[in-house]
Design a protein around this ligand. Structure first.
Ligand SMILES: Cc1cc2nc3c(=O)[nH]c(=O)nc-3n(C[C@H](O)[C@H](O)[C@H](O)COP(=O)(O)OP(=O)(O)OC[C@H]3O[C@@H](n4cnc5c(N)ncnc54)[C@H](O)[C@@H]3O)c2cc1C
Length: 462
């Protein structure tokens, strides 16, 4: 295979036929992620099968001045994996599989291209769990979840990806392999370099392998869907659940009527597991040992009902019921076709201020004609997914809506992205939650690791 481009010919010779895609038809699906951000056709898709080949690829790209976009499952929601003009895609799709599980040390080592669900299933077969969990688990990869510091539905108990990684192997822009597959729970020998790469969205290095922390698998879980009068009641309920269950509180998800009515009644994406109308719907999950945990959960919920903290609720009594409760929350992943063009804000606001923040957003959005919004999120973490319809609005008007919402984020001392990352979609708004000195240190770090700007150019920074 020759291309008349010496750099691509060298890459093709290194990777062999199965390791490189060159034709437009083969490359087209690698242009972007699911964020809706426009991506350009990659010049080539590079698919190394191991760390050594990936390192050689980066050496060649370094020598020939080729910019590279690392890609996992392309489920990212911020345009981080989108391809800019002239970029090559570096896909981790052939670097997949669980390498080792140590049930005594509670660790699992996997290739970065392994889907999150594969890791979760491998751990569960050993009675263990990798606690990071997100709706896109079947396609999102370990490398992608590390590069975005993915959050998800169990952050309230287990933290984000950052808290669940012990060691990393990373390839730098010039091909250097930085191997820190640390398995020690305690290791204070100098800087914790892996933390620099976690959440760096493929701009500082390419994750090739990871050591993950496991926990004993949950044997019993209580899942309930509760109807509440308003956000204030939900905050009180969160406080009560935290005091009662401590670290056994696994999930505390909020769904506002705007979202609930749309997915259950208007678009009929799911059947509502709870009847009646409420000011807020909370999906709450706890983990516990044995039947006494179930009784304690029911007793606590009964107490909340008696004290009118909760208006109504259902507790899942089977796996099917648990799934149907979670289906309402996870329907957020199916909104695209039903809701039409929209902006998917991924905002972080301290939970105690989230209710007044939403009211301020609603007031501000009322100034835009026919601008509808849905509210859903990881309420316990103060992470709101505000989904605002844009209809046939052009880029200027969309920008105005973003300006208003991100302006409020700045006033409320929140973040423009709680879990999806900056990518291309939020880079213009970074300064609403990071000051000049923070951005200056970030750009210096970028220059240190990638002085020629070859790794995922155009992401995070404008
Ligand atoms: C239905 C649905 C539900 C979701 N729910 C959540 C959620 O609850 N919480 C959450 O945080 N996210 C969620 N996401 C977003 C997305 O799944 C995560 O951001 C995920 O971590 C992306 O993984 P990926 O493998 O698809 O990465 P990609 O989309 O391929 O890439 C994401 C970023 O990581 C970089 N990257 C990928 N692999 C590597 C690597 N090996 N080394 C270095 N950089 C790399 C890319 O360059 C890009 O910047 C959801 C998405 C969908 C579609």
């Amino acid at each position: 295979m020759t291309t008349r481009d010496p750099a691509l010919d060298a890459l093709a010779a290194l990777l062999g036929e199965s390791g490189i895609l060159l034709g437009p038809a083969d490359c087209a699906r690698y242009a972007t992620d699911v964020s809706g951000e426009r991506g350009e056709l990659p010049r080539a898709v590079l698919r190394p099968a191991n760390t050594q080949d990936l390192s050689e690829v980066m050496r060649l790209c370094h020598r020939h001045g080729l910019p590279v976009v690392p890609q996992g499952g392309r489920t990212g929601l911020s345009g981080g994996a989108s391809c800019l003009d002239g970029n090559l895609v570096l896909s981790l799709e052939r670097m997949t599989g669980v390498i080792a599980i140590d049930p005594d040390a509670l660790t699992l080592v996997a290739w970065a291209g392994t889907p999150l669900q594969t890791v979760q299933e491998a751990a569960r077969e050993r009675g263990l769990e990798y606690p990071v969990d997100i709706g896109s688990r079947s396609t999102a990869t370990i490398g992608g979840t590390i590069a975005t510091n993915a959050g998800g539905i169990r952050v309230i108990r287990h933290g984000m990806t950052r808290q669940n990684i012990l060691g990393l192997e990373v390839v730098l822009a010039n091909g250097t392999i930085l191997s820190d597959l640390n398995e020690l729970p305690k290791n204070n020998a100098g800087y914790d370099l892996k933390q620099l790469f976690i959440g760096s969205e493929g701009t500082l290095g390419i994750v090739t392998r990871a050591v993950m922390k496991l926990v004993p698998a949950t044997t019993h879980a209580n899942t309930a869907l509760l109807g509440l009068s308003d956000y204030g009641a939900a905050l009180d309920l969160l406080g009560s659940a935290r005091r009662r269950f401590g670290p056994q509180l696994v999930a505390f998800e909020g769904m506002w009527p705007s979202y609930w009515d749309f997915v259950c009644e208007e678009a009929k994406l799911v059947r509502p597991p709870l009847s009646g109308r409420h000011g807020l719907y909370v999906l709450l999950e706890t983990a516990h040992e044995g039947a006494s945990g179930e009784e304690a959960f029911e007793a606590w919920l009964g107490h909340c009902l008696e004290n009118e903290l909760v208006e109504d609720g259902v507790i899942a009594k089977s796996l099917a019921e648990t799934r149907s409760i979670w289906a309402v929350r996870e329907a957020v992943g199916e909104l695209d076709a039903a809701f039409g063009a929209h902006i998917n804000f991924d905002l972080g606001i301290v939970p105690s201020r989230l209710g007044s923040f939403i009211e301020a957003c609603d007031r501000a959005l009322a100034a835009f004609v026919d601008c509808r919004s849905l509210h859903v999120g990881h309420m316990g973490d103060g992470n709101l997914h505000l989904i605002v319809s844009t209809g046939s609005r052009g880029p200027q008007e969309v920008h105005e809506i973003e300006n208003v919402i991100y302006g409020l984020v700045g006033e409320w001392h929140g973040t423009v992205t709680a879990e999806h990352g900056v990518g291309t979609l939020k880079r213009h708004w970074l300064s609403r939650c990071r000051d000049e000195s923070q951005i200056a240190v970030m750009t210096r770090l970028k220059a240190l690791f990638d002085p020629f700007g070859r790794l995922n150019p155009g992401k995070i920074f404008e």
